[in-house]
Each structure stands twice: as C-alpha cells, then as structure tokens.
Design a protein around this ligand. Structure first.
Ligand SMILES: [Zn+2]
Length: 205
C-alpha cells in the first residue's frame, strides 16, 4: 500500500469520517508544507507521550510530571462529591463543564449497541460499578445522573445501566436520575449548548 492509500485508510477509521472526507484530508496534507506535516506528526507522537487516563473518571488529560494520576476535576477539593454525572465520552464531559455543573464525572467510553450481548465489551460497566460501590462505601454518594444521548443507542445504554444501578441505589442509599427530558430527541450531550444542559439538569428525574 502506498502512503496515500495508507493514510486515507487511517483517516477512515476516525469517528464520523468516510472515504471521501479521508481523501480530502490526505489531499490537504499533500498540498501542505513539509513543516506543517512534520509538526502534525510530532504532535500526534506527543499526544501519546504526555497524556494519561484519569484513574477515577477515565477521561484523558495532560499529565504534569510528579503529579497525581487524577485529572484536575477529580483531584479538586471544590467539587460536590455527592453528585456523579455519567457521560459517554470526554467531549460530553467538557461540554457539561460549561454548564457550571459542580459535581464529579465518570466516562463510559461509548454506548452499548442494540444487539450487543456483552455490554462490558463496549463501555466501562465493571469500572463504573466499582466506582459507585467505593464512593457509596465512603459515604459520599448522594445521586447518580445518567447523561446519555437522546438517541436509540443512548436510550438502550441508559436502560441497561438503570437495571444494574437501581438495585445498588436501594442498598447503598443514593438517588438515580437521568437527564434526557430536557434534551430533544436525537440530541447528543456533546453538541447541546450549556443553557440546555443546565435546564436539563434542573428538570432531571
Ligand atoms: Zn478524573
């Protein structure tokens, strides 16, 4: 495979990118200067060398040397530890932050496809249950908010998580709520504006 085909195929693996867009990216890079290509490839390498996944919420962040393995949100003492917001991906979490939510997060890493038989293959189910049990055991957890997209897969994922979390909520004494009502059908948290998220949070149930 020549470099043009190889890079086109690499871009096709990106989320939401089809063959035509992948070819346009490659055309752009072919027309760009060697300096632009060099900087891009160096930035991609640095991305691996300087970032790490938070041990608590699983979002990716830039790790400063000798600092903890927790991201700035999980490490902060100013957050409400009683509120746990469950999101699909890092971009959702970044967007919810703009709505002035003051609690903590957990990133699932995606949604569960409709026909999936083993949910844990697609999202961090075990890690979530472990986190919930630890927080509840420490007497911190008051409420879990399920912030899934208002899409078919988002709804499906919410139902499966509710099945797993409801029995725990009774035993461990926390409230289980979901966003959803405030978000219009088909909308994803990543693209909702901060006011919409804030009002969806206020009307959660
Ligand atoms: Zn974190």
């Amino acid at each position: 495979m020549n470099p043009i085909e190889k890079l086109t195929e690499a871009f096709e693996h990106f989320p939401g990118i089809g063959p035509r867009q992948a070819r346009r990216f490659v055309q752009y890079l072919l027309a760009a200067s060697p300096a632009v290509r060099g900087e891009l490839s160096e930035t991609i390498q640095q991305l691996g060398a300087h970032t790490t996944q938070c041990k608590k919420c699983f979002r990716w962040f830039v790790k400063e040397e000798h600092k903890s393995n927790l991201c700035s949100i999980c490490a902060s003492s100013r957050r409400d530890e009683g509120l746990l917001f469950i999101v699909e991906k890092d971009a959702d979490m970044d967007n919810v932050e703009r709505s002035n939510f003051g609690g903590l997060y957990f990133v699932l890493g995606g949604t569960i496809p409709l026909a999936a038989e083993e949910p844990q293959k697609y999202i961090r189910v075990h890690e979530l249950l472990k986190r919930v049990e630890e927080d509840a055991a420490a007497g911190k957890l008051k409420e879990i908010i399920l912030g899934l997209s208002a899409t078919t897969e988002g709804d499906h994922t919410r139902l499966i998580l509710q099945e797993k979390l409801l029995p725990l909520s009774e035993g461990l004494g926390f409230k289980l709520s979901s966003l959803g009502r405030g978000l219009s059908t088909g909308s994803e948290l990543e693209y909702a504006d901060p006011d919409t998220i804030a009002s969806a949070l206020n009307s959660r149930g």
